[in-house]
Design a protein around this ligand. Sequence first.
Ligand SMILES: *Cc1c(COP(=O)(O)O)cnc(C)c1O
Length: 221
Amino acid sequence: MSDIKKDLSRIIESIPNNVLLVAVSKTKPLSLLKEAYDAGQRHFGENKAQEILEKCPNLPEDIKWHFIGHLQSKKVKQVIRYTHLIHSVDSLKLIAEIDKRAQAMGKTQDILIQVHIAKEESKFGIPVEKLSSFIASTMDDFSNTRITGLMGMATFTDNEDVVSKEFATLKKAANLIKTSYFNSDSSFSEISMGMSGDYKLAIAEGTTMIRVGSSIFGSRN
Ligand SMILES: *Cc1c(COP(=O)(O)O)cnc(C)c1O
């Protein structure tokens, strides 16, 4: 068995059936993605528009592509034909652009709202305390965009208590948003949290999707 196949089966065996594994293939060559595909992996995550554009046309069409990085509005038009789920949406401007481009293609685009749960400063993600009003402001006129959940990244630290607490904060926020805004609509159900170093903690806190790169494909330069 190849290393990728071994690592994939090791991870899949260690996670519950209802948790989706997104294999984060950013910076990795097509040959490694093909290996993962041949081992049965269908959900792949990329964080750069250019890379998705280069990879998608050269890989099987039944791959589900997850966009997990910061997405510039001007790149939406190019990537939206490929994206199964965009995890990293954190502005109304971006939602408006996604909605416009999705409508033009006759597609409904599923998105997650990125929430800033880590201690590190970051330009990305909605602060937890502003999440409710942000979601409220998206409720009106985005007919071709569907918010299916939340995404977050924990602080980069060995302190598992800190990481677990941040994941718990995201889970709690998702429950609150669901009861406040999506009660009648079961499509709001996803929590994307957990990476190579912390996905076990994320599973313990109720994640539904983990985004794992280096544990499958090896470390990146
Ligand atoms: C790179 C990346 C991952 C995967 O990180 P690993 O530590 O390699 O598993 C997950 N989520 C996001 C948003 C990333 O950019």
